[in-house]
Ligand binder design. Structure first.
Ligand code: F6P
Length: 328
């Protein structure tokens, strides 16, 4: 397959920002320059298509952004693009700007939008997974996840200093609306006593037993990492329940929030974003559409977008076991 008619593509970032999105845009723009295709940067995700906010980007227009967090194209969750009228406006501007295809950097919500757009107007597109949550099927890692993990463990290392100095229990809430990848991996890497994630059935009794075990084992402080999407409750609710059960414990809560979304991308995220940006452009040139470029076992693979949207990455049970063993 090849697509010799591909002359001009648009690139946008959509949904929540993630560190490495800039690196991915740079890779798309430079790969276009390399293959002599025109590249247009669309501002604010699908909003920029609807409002006709886009401009041509050459290799030099993406200089000095490889290391910058956020996305210089900016991003949005567009309500208007969810409507037929909104998508019609987007199509009109896409055509008036001569765009033949799109590269969408974002999460499953952004891919769903692109897929609907394709079905209505036949605009080829390739998705690139950009989210800190790592919850997209078809890639071992999403762009931004590694940076977020490193931000989280740096924060928890600091919290540990205070926890041990005061003999305290800390509940640290990390992002992951529907997924526990950040919590599980950062929890292991920061030596958490317990890790609460939506993918496993947790109970208050189990948490209390773990805290009692920790005390009996001679620990004078504990860190409990809680994923934002944990069904048992948020960090404040869990801390409250713990204080009621153990009135002698000194309990504190830290919600890391959007700190996790910012900062310079790590080397791993930069390399991932660079590879997937190039793969996005090459995929379109090969005539692929409705696929997501991802990395599996360190190889670039293209996954049908509907699979990427519908299927879910499974949490590795071995990691849950490791966390449990090491909390002895
Ligand atoms: O980027 C994904 C995510 O971090 C989720 O884990 C979180 O729930 C959500 O974004 C919050 O995003 P926003 O503040 O942009 O609504």
């Amino acid at each position: 397959m090849s697509n010799a008619t591909l002359k001009k593509i648009g690139v946008l970032t959509s949904g929540g920002d993630s560190p490495g999105m800039n690196t991915a845009v740079r890779a798309v723009v430079r790969a276009c320059a390399y293959y002599q295709i025109k590249c247009v940067g669309i501002k604010m995700g699908y909003e920029g298509l609807i409002q006709n906010q886009m401009s041509e980007l050459g290799a030099r227009s993406v200089k000095h952004i490889i290391n910058r967090g956020g996305t210089f194209l900016q991003t949005a969750r567009s309500d208007e693009f969810r409507t037929k009228e909104g998508r019609e406006k987007a199509y009109k501007h896409l055509k008036s700007n001569g765009l033949d295809a799109l590269i969408v950097i974002g999460g499953d919500g952004s891919f769903t939008g692109a897929n609907v757009f394709f079905k209505e107007f036949g605009i080829p597109f390739i998705g690139i997974p950009g989210t800190i949550d790592n919850d997209i099927f078809g890639t071992d890692f999403t762009i931004g996840y590694d940076t977020a993990l490193n931000t989280v463990i740096e924060a928890i290392d600091r919290i540990r200093d205070s926890a041990t100095s005061h003999n305290r229990i800390f509940f640290v809430e990390v992002m992951g609306r529907d997924a526990g990848f950040i919590a599980l991996n950062s929890g292991i890497a920061s030596g958490a006593q317990d890790i609460l994630i939506p993918e496993k059935k947790d109970s208050l009794e189990g948490l209390f037993q773990s805290l009692e075990k920790s005390e009996q084992a001679g620990k004078n402080s504990s860190i409990i990492v809680v994923a934002e999407g944990e069904e048992l409750g948020n960090a404040f609710e869990l801390a409250k329940a713990t204080e009621m059960r153990f009135p002698d414990y000194d309990v504190r809560v830290t919600v890391l929030g959007h700190i996790q979304r910012g900062g310079n991308p790590t080397c791993m995220d930069r390399v991932l974003a660079s590879r997937l940006g190039v793969a996005g452009v090459e995929g379109l040139l090969e005539g692929r559409t409705n696929v997501m470029a991802g990395l599996r076992s360190n190889k670039v693979v293209y996954t049908p977008i509907e699979e990427a949207i519908k299927k879910h990455n499974e949490i590795d049970k071995e990691l849950i076991k490791v966390a449990k063993i090491l909390a002895v």
